[in-house]
Design a protein around this ligand. Structure first.
Ligand SMILES: *Cc1c(COP(=O)(O)O)cnc(C)c1O
Length: 432
């Protein structure tokens, strides 16, 4: 009897201990990835369960009314909030150093919510020229119908940002490193320019991941991610998330997300939480691979240019070093043989998968001009540094020797001119 009672007490004490949310704010990022927002529920479940429910019962009519009035915290309806989704929102908000997270059905759901929540008729947006294609298309084709104007400049050049600002500029919206041109924009300096002009700075941080870059600490007001990429990292979920620096912005954007109905589903959130736990080790491994591959590519006679922010030859290498905690996993390169050579190569890789998307455990290869950025006019692509021959390579966590062997095989498959073949034989002879 005494033993049983003792066990019971232990169990209750255990639950009480576990139910106290841990303050993870001062802990390291890999600890945050595992623990932030992940307080066990009343069952003590170590992993956040999938609360697969559309609606939540109120204890009483009064309780329901007080939840609707916002007088106390609690769940009402899954589009408004859900415990599985909330755990993800809390986690990413903490990784990004913001005051709240808003998970969305897709990355574009996050982009659309930010535009819808922060723009109005007559407003103007300054954006990165090579911004994610649909993020630009949405402004140019849809928001333009409601009187929103937008300009696209090379945001790695601060003068271009300054010159693009107008009296009605409400948002400066950047991506850094940019896709696929790998230009790095100075977040702190652009935050100053935006704020001096009365605009907010939004950073699409998808390419860097919260592991490598935290724009809020550098002055951004809102950060968003396509969680489809690094945050989930396993190519099995589409999703997005917004993190706001301040409560008022968070509330405004959450309301817009709820009204527009682009909430994340609990099952989606569960998978993303599972993927997110290993973000640190995935990014560390993949960027080690990326650095080796970038150096290897530089030495290949078939390659004209390699764009990787980790290379000392990269124009914004020093800025990337200051602004990011690592150089990431994305490489773009241009083949000497241009588009034709690029296509031959993409058809010949076996290990790297020919597919769009990025930031997963598997290596992907794609052709921006005909795939991700095909929606842009050719001159807009050229202005954004996206040449026809550019190939984008998202490095995964496979063994780097295998990835390099795969690239070598693919380069060998490029129909070569007699000159190129001769220079290759010479350089191989030189290497021996
Ligand atoms: C993929 C991507 C998006 C869009 O996200 P989805 O999850 O596909 O809707 C937005 N921005 C960047 C930089 C992306 O790579």
């Amino acid at each position: 009897m005494i033993v049983l009672f003792g066990l019971r007490l232990c169990r209750v004490a255990h639950l009480e201990r576990q139910n106290v949310p841990m303050n993870t704010k001062l802990l390291g990022i890999n600890t945050k990835l595992i623990h932030a927002g992940q307080t066990p529920d009343w069952t003590g479940a170590v992993t956040v369960p999938i609360y697969q429910t559309s609606t939540f019962a109120f204890h009483s009519a009064k309780h329901g009314a007080s939840l609707f009035a916002g007088e106390q915290d609690g769940y009402i309806y899954t589009r408004i909030g859900n415990p599985t989704v909330h755990a993800l929102e809390e986690n990413v908000a903490e990784l990004e150093g913001g005051c709240g997270g808003i998970a969305t059905s897709s990355g574009m759901g996050a982009v659309c919510t930010v535009y819808l929540g922060l723009l109005e008729s007559g407003a103007h947006v300054v954006s990165t020229a090579s911004v994610y294609g649909p993020s630009r298309g949405l402004l140019e084709n849809d928001f333009s119908r409601f009187g929103v104007e937008s300009s696209y400049v090379d945001t790695s050049d601060l003068d271009q940002v300054r010159q693009a600002m107008r009296s009605n500029t409400k948002l400066v919206y950047i991506e850094t490193p940019s896709n696929p041109s790998m230009k790095v924009s100075d977040i702190a300096q652009i935050a100053d320019i935006a704020h001096a002009g009365g605009a907010l700075l939004v950073v699409d941080n998808t390419f860097a991941s919260p592991y490598l870059q935290n724009p809020i600490a550098l002055g951004a007001d809102v950060v968003l991610h396509s969680v489809t990429k690094f945050i989930n990292g396993h190519a099995d979920v589409v999703g997005g998330i917004i993190v706001a620096k301040e409560k008022s912005l968070y509330k405004r954007l959450r309301k817009t997300m709820i009204m527009s109905g682009c909430n994340m589903d609990p099952h989606q959130a569960f998978l993303v939480l599972r993927g997110l736990k290993t973000l640190g080790i995935r990014v560390e491994r993949a960027q080690q691979n990326a650095m080796k591959i970038a150096h290897w590519l530089e030495e290949q006679p078939e390659i004209e240019t390699v764009l990787y922010v980790g290379l000392e030859t990269h124009p914004e290498h020093e800025l990337a070093k200051r602004q990011m905690k690592g150089f990431g996993t994305m490489i773009s390169f241009e083949l000497r043989g241009g588009l034709e050579a690029g296509c031959a190569m993409m058809d010949a890789v076996r290990l790297a998968t020919l597919a769009v998307s990025l930031g997963g455990v598997e290596t992907l290869i794609e052709h921006p001009a005909s795939m991700t950025h095909a929606g842009l006019a050719r001159e807009d692509r050229q202005a954004a540094g996206i040449t026809d021959g550019l190939v984008r390579y998202s490095v995964g966590i496979e063994d780097v020797e295998d990835l390099i062997a795969d690239l070598r095989t693919a380069l060998n498959a490029i129909p070569q001119t007699a000159d190129a073949r001769r220079s290759r034989i010479m350089s191989e002879a030189g290497a021996r």
